[in-house]
Design a protein. Structure first.
Length: 531
């Protein structure tokens, strides 16, 4: 079978499109047939290993229906005794890689997830689908070329984004700026500066990474564009020519500062992260091209992606078996693995409804009916504009006991609580939520003090404690130079005022206390308006 590069060199672009993007032309019946066939293959693999028998029990399901009836929903606690120790002997297939995501403070530092060779190949295939669709303007017409350059802005291996870009090398020979083997040794600031320096000569064709990081890259470029220091490198004909063309574009547009789009004609922007929708307009303003969004998590790999009309996302049929837990059955926490909940399949979801995503890995993966803790919304039953006969989704939120920052950090109530308590300052109570200010993600923590409390010192102690308690938070600050924490003081008596107001409104006992995490606007307003 010809490789992707061989197909490209021979001009057989239609075959490349079909290989990576053909799933968007499946009928619902065809999609479900793929799902059911691969699930039965996975059940067979699970039945022959210790982990599979532990999850499924002694009676091996003989059908998809029986699988959904007798196998309970799971969460990471079901796998932790095996996966935290990287017990390969209990798995369906020996993994090629071990990837990790955020853990939960007090239980484990990371959630380790095994990836078989087949799963790694699907990472590569899905990554190719993302860059292919992100570079096209209509069905089958994409503009990727051999050795296209890509700015390296991704988290390092063994995070999912770093693993995906490593897997992508199986399929395509992108040129990374800086080269991957050098980039992974640099801190974020040095990596971006070197990437921009190289790109002044070679250009930038593609991006594939987290939206919050790409915005940060754009911010840093704009902030530094007015203070370019002369150097011999700028005299290189390719560099000088690019700068002169960029200055002309900038002046014609009536601006005083360069934007990245003045220097580079980017043909492909693929983005991930839970904040993607909020940053899309800003990214287009900076880079001159609308990005497409993809949805993934380490436990499940790639799940869905947007098409070139930048509307809802379409599910991949052959990465995981997909189930959907209706919002009314989710409860308050993803840690409930009761089998008394009833899921629906993709051919049963309804427009406008929200669901928690439940996945079973294909290709010898470990996760079985795994509750992701992600709530998605079905925004359409099909894409009418592009004639895609499959439901369209958008990421809605994480379940409320977590605060997600840019897809990189998941903070629990226990972590933030301990960070505040360990500050050493006296306080009455606290609340936290993710907010957005001037296009930036902010982790805003509200604290009602007892007596005088030095705000600046409180903020620095809470930050130091978060760095100590959550490794992903520390990695985010170190790798991406992001410091999203903002601590604000509530007025004295804020919580007393809240309780009294809610009592007067007739609230029952369970709703007298506001939530610590993701506090809603109304509750925060009551706390802030206390005199």
């Amino acid at each position: 079978m010809a490789t992707t590069l061989e197909l490209l060199r021979e001009g057989r672009r239609e075959e490349i499109w079909h290989k990576y993007c053909g799933f968007i032309d499946l009928s619902m019946e065809q999609f479900m047939e793929i799902q059911k066939r691969l699930l039965m293959e996975q059940i067979d693999l699970l039945s022959k290993c210790e982990l599979g028998r532990k999850i499924m029990g002694d009676e091996i399901p003989a059908s998809v229906q029986e699988f959904r009836e007798v196998v309970p929903l799971t969460n990471y606690a079901n796998y932790a005794p095996y996966l935290l120790e990287k017990r390969e002997d209990v798995l369906p297939i020996k993994p090629l890689w071990w990837l990790h995501t955020s853990g939960r403070s007090g239980e484990y530092q990371y959630k380790w997830i095994p990836y078989t060779d087949g799963m790694v190949q699907k990472l590569a295939d899905c990554s190719m689908a993302i860059v292919t669709l992100a570079s096209c303007s209509k069905r089958g017409q994409f503009v990727l070329q051999e050795h296209d350059s890509m700015l390296f802005t991704l988290a390092p291996f063994p995070y999912l984004s770093g693993a995906a870009i490593t897997a992508l090398e199986r399929e395509f020979n992108f040129t990374y700026l800086p080269p991957m083997e050098e980039a992974v040794k640099m801190d974020f600031q040095a990596r971006i500066m070197e990437g921009f320096r190289l790109a002044l000569k070679s250009g930038i064709d593609c991006f594939n990474g987290l939206a919050s990081v790409l915005v940060r890259v754009g911010d840093q470029f704009v902030q530094g564009s007015g203070s370019v220091k002369p150097s011999p490198y700028l005299l290189h004909p390719l560099v000088a020519g690019r700068l002169l063309r960029a200055l002309a574009r900038c002046l014609l547009d009536g601006r005083t500062r360069l934007l990245p789009k003045d220097l580079w004609d980017v043909k492909c922007i693929g983005l991930g992260g839970t904040d993607t929708r909020l940053f899309k307009d800003r990214i287009k303003q900076y880079w001159g091209r609308a990005p497409i969004e993809n949805y993934a998590c380490t436990e499940a790999g790639f799940i869905a992606l947007q098409l070139w009309n930048v509307q809802g996302m379409t599910f991949y049929p052959d990465v995981n078996f997909l189930e959907f837990l209706p919002e009314e059955q989710i409860g308050t926490s993803a840690t409930d693995s009761s089998q008394h909940t009833k899921t629906v399949l993709l051919n049963e979801v309804q427009k406008g409804k929200r669901y928690e995503l439940v996945v079973t890995s294909f290709r010898g993966g470990a996760m079985v009916r795994y509750r992701t803790g992600d709530i998605i919304e079905i925004v359409a039953t099909r894409d009418e504009e592009l004639n895609v006969d499959l439901p369209q989704m958008m990421f809605y939120s994480r379940i409320n006991d977590l605060i997600d920052i840019g897809g990189m950090v998941h903070l629990t109530e226990a972590t933030i609580w301990q960070a505040i308590a360990d500050s050493g300052f006296a306080y009455t109570d606290w609340a936290a939520r993710k907010e957005y200010e001037d296009g930036h993600v902010v982790l805003r923590v509200y604290v009602e003090p007892k007596g005088e409390l030095p705000l600046k010192e409180l903020r620095e102690r809470v930050r130091a404690n978060l760095l100590r308690l959550n490794q992903d938070y520390a990695d985010m600050e170190r790798n991406w130079q992001l410091d999203p924490l903002d601590v604000r003081l509530l007025p004295a008596g804020a919580y007393k005022h809240f309780y009294e107001t809610r009592q007067k409104e007739g609230a029952d006992l369970a709703h007298l206390k506001p939530p610590h995490m993701n506090i809603p606007d109304r509750a925060l307003q009551l706390l802030m308006e206390s005199v």
